[in-house]
Design a protein around this ligand. Sequence first.
Ligand code: SF4
Ligand code: SF4
Ligand code: SF4
Length: 508
Amino acid sequence: MPEGATVLDACRALGIEIPTMCHRDGVPHFTSCMICVVRATGSGRMLPSCSTPAQDGMILETDSEPVREHRRAALELLLSDHLGDCEGPCRRGCPAHMDIPLMIRQIAAGELEAAIATIKADIALPAVLGRICPAPCEKTCRRRQIDEPVAICLLKRFVADTDLGRGAPFVPARSGNSGKRVAIVGAGPAGLAAAYHLLQQGHACTIFDEQEEAGGAIRREIPEAKLPRSVLDAELDVIRALGAEFRLGTRVGRDLSVAQIRAEYDALVLAVGPVDAEAACVFGVKATKRGIQVDSHTLQTDDHAVFAGGGAVGGGRMAVRAVADGKRIAIGVDLFLSGGPVSGAIERFNSVIGRIRDEEKQAFLAQAVADGTVTPAGGLESGFTDTEAACEAGRCLHCDCRKPETCRLRRYAEAYGARQARFKPAERRLFEQVVQHPDVVFEPGKCISCGLCVRITEQRRAALGLAFLGRGIATRVGVPFGESLADGLKEAAKECVEACPTGALAFR
Ligand code: SF4
Ligand code: SF4
Ligand code: SF4
């Protein structure tokens, strides 16, 4: 190694991956985050690899359990004082985990084609759900803690109705044909959603239902005034356009045996609505008091080619839960068909702010319309006009982080299994949002004091730059002399945003 090389340089030269947050090539080291530690095997000492000189003959552990535990503890200390939501509270409250904040920003920007693609990534029947969903996402919406929740469900309906009204509604792309065939029993929301996602993954789907028309309980039980059947039919057409084959008026177990289906198809999805033990027996799967017995995460039964969801597993009456089950089933079936372990959807790490305080409300409202919720002038049944939807979208607080996929704190918290609640701070910081820069938002609560932005603005000889302000544990990063963020970042905004390992400095 060249003179002055560090342990981090040596590890990288050998292809050994070391996590780093406060390190950046070409910027003097500062050694604050302690995530890059390695362990000297002889002495057992933990050494920060970014600042320890590499020496001949060093024997180091770079990924042993003590090293991992040290990194985990370093992350958990940072997280204990971290104030941010990786995902918006609305998204965490949506059973289908739809990216609601992104949809709302797209509506506000008038990008309705992008908004329908966002919705349809997770929701198979958005115009239907936009009319009948009890909106658990609105119960968790942060705006509710200030005045009224954002009318998420009506906004979703607005986008879905606009899309259906265009004559050629959005149909998601399909992967190449996998050659696999899936039988789905039940054409209610869980079965339809499973087909919707499986078709996109390239699997052929046949949906069996004893009724002559698809839709299950939604078609049978919801009044026409609340859910016009033309809306349901239009969304069924989208699933047909994806390639679903419907075999309606066909009762499995009477018109067609389960054995026949098993012989013809590679996997079977049971979305048959509530079932008792006897009915489960027809499908050859075990039942509990609630319904068909499944792994609660993957929805796979003990017969590995069979999955079940919605009312069949006692999933309750909420259609959005059934639609969410259909999506989860599709993830499991796809893994099963590709021969991999059926592990289900990946659980992401999520930093969570929780309840906000009265004195924080203004800071949350910094970029949102302050007015109360918009009521459609034509009544709830008619939905939002373009202008009303844009106004309502403007009420959203943008609770989700601006860097959820590139944030290193989140990535390493996932990799090391760090928990935010392990160390409790005596008092949590107050939420702040610095928004005077035209392109950049600074959220001090997400700053881990890595000092990268401070050193970069120093290197660029910025007239003002960023600096550590205050003393001791109250030290914070900010713009000196109370000047604005626009002045502090005048010379190096882009570089600082790219270098910031968290969402503390981010483009709008
Ligand atoms: S900065 Fe990282 S950990 Fe914090 S909220 Fe954003 S993505 Fe999550
Ligand atoms: S204010 Fe917006 S981002 Fe925040 S929870 Fe509500 S809808 Fe989601
Ligand atoms: S704002 Fe600056 S000091 Fe804080 S985490 Fe980002 S780069 Fe590091």
